[in-house]
Design a protein around this ligand. Structure first.
Ligand code: CU
Length: 399
């Protein structure tokens, strides 16, 4: 043992000198190594490992992950241990001669069979978890999730509720270039939304995941899975949340310039609280429906439209209406936004297929569309002060 240590020390010195390292730097290297080791013990605090999550399924995923990790650690220790032991034990300085054989059928059979056995042993629990992941049957409710550049839409199929979920205004303001706002002062910076997905606990929930423009991926680590959101295809997932709480995630597929700004927030509540939330949403829907038919003033629509514009349109057309050349046209002075209402409505309702301009007729309420249009037609020097009434949007939608 003493000999080995002496050799090691000599090796380090030689190495250090060969690379022109001073003793100080060698010491710094050693300190860094020790630091890394210490960090290993503190890994739970830094969240380096995957979370155990809040569903029975995520717990299984976590256990599978740990099992495989420890198998790999054991293999690593055995293989590298044998390697280092052989290298030191049979080193030249103690007079070992290299063996001369070049082929051993016995060794080859052993090192083929053992890994096969290990792989099969690992495949059994992995397959169990994969099968469980696909069991999207006998669920109690379904939520359809649609990815857009750059927000999520949630449709509660049974309860007939639907809404968009955008980056919250505080994060959005802080992230603007030169905003002067310290992101550290914004709670849950870039991980907060305006409308969280409210879900009941102790309920098997099915998700249908898709996208309307480009690839996105819906990912909440605490649920233990992520799913691609693909235009023209519907992927399935399911969950059963046991703990009420707020769980945060992000889009996990590079989807364009604001990919980092479309977080996901789940607000899991007890079934009773969830029912209360559904009733509240229904009440709001009803109030909104009654508002559609009435005559709105320009000031009302302008104010509401500014909010809609900042949340839904400014990512591309910018807060000042100047757009971002060459991809995103200016709305200030745009022939469409200052031209006939019919044409303008068509663009906003149906989008421009094949471009990033979405069909907002499918995601925004009639009142929000009327408000955003009224705002764009009279902001930044655009001069049309005649409000676009929500009922005009209803009529245009009917064709
Ligand atoms: Cu995305």
């Amino acid at each position: 043992m003493d000999n080995v240590l002496k050799d090691l020390r000599r090796l380090m010195q030689v190495n250090g000198q060969a690379h022109g390292l001073s003793a100080r730097w060698r010491k710094a290297g050693l300190t860094a190594c020790l630091g890394l080791l210490a960090a290993g013990t503190a890994q739970a605090e830094y969240g380096l490992n995957m979370p155990r999550g809040v569903t029975p399924f995520s717990s299984n995923v976590y256990d599978l992950h740990m099992t495989i990790l420890w198998i790999c650690v054991a293999i690593g220790v055995l293989v590298f241990g044998a390697m280092f032991y052989s290298m030191f034990k049979h080193r030249k300085s103690v007079g070992h001669e290299p063996a001369q054989f070049s082929h051993s059928t016995k060794a080859e059979v052993i090192w083929t069979i053992i890994p096969i056995v290990i792989l099969v042993v690992m495949a059994v629990p992995a397959t169990k978890v994969l099968i469980q992941m696909e069991q999207t049957g006998d669920t109690d409710m379904t939520v359809k999730i649609t990815g857009y550049q750059w927000k999520w839409k949630y449709d509660y199929i049974e309860d007939d509720i639907s809404f968009l979920s955008n980056l919250d205004p505080a994060s959005n303001a802080a992230r603007q270039l030169g905003s002067g706002i310290d992101p550290a002062s914004v709670p849950n910076y870039l991980l907060e939304v305006d409308n969280a997905v409210v879900l009941p606990t102790n309920t098997k929930i099915r998700f249908l995941i898709t996208a309307e423009d480009v690839l996105h991926a819906w990912w909440v680590p605490e649920l233990g899975w992520k799913r691609d959101a693909i235009p023209g295809k519907v992927n399935e997932g399911w969950t059963y949340i046991e703990e009420p709480g707020v769980y945060r995630g992000q889009c996990a597929e590079l989807c364009g310039k604001d990919h980092g700004f479309m977080p996901i927030v789940i607000d899991a509540r007890s079934p009773e609280d969830y029912a209360a939330w559904v009733a509240e949403q229904k009440g709001e829907q009803l109030a909104e429906a009654q508002q559609v038919e009435r005559e709105w003033t320009h000031a009302e629509l302008f104010k509401r439209g500014q909010g809609v514009y900042e949340q839904q349109c400014a990512a591309c057309h910018q807060l000042n209406g100047e757009g971002l050349a060459p991809a995103f046209p200016a709305l200030a002075g745009s022939p469409v936004a200052t031209g006939p209402v019919d044409e303008h409505l068509k663009v906003v309702l149906n989008g421009r297929p094949g471009t990033a301009m979405q069909a907002f007729g499918r995601t925004l309420s009639e009142t929000d569309i009327a408000a955003a249009m009224t705002y764009t037609r009279s902001a930044w020097g655009n001069a049309d002060k005649t409000p676009v009434q929500p009922r005009e949007v209803v009529a245009a939608k009917r064709g």
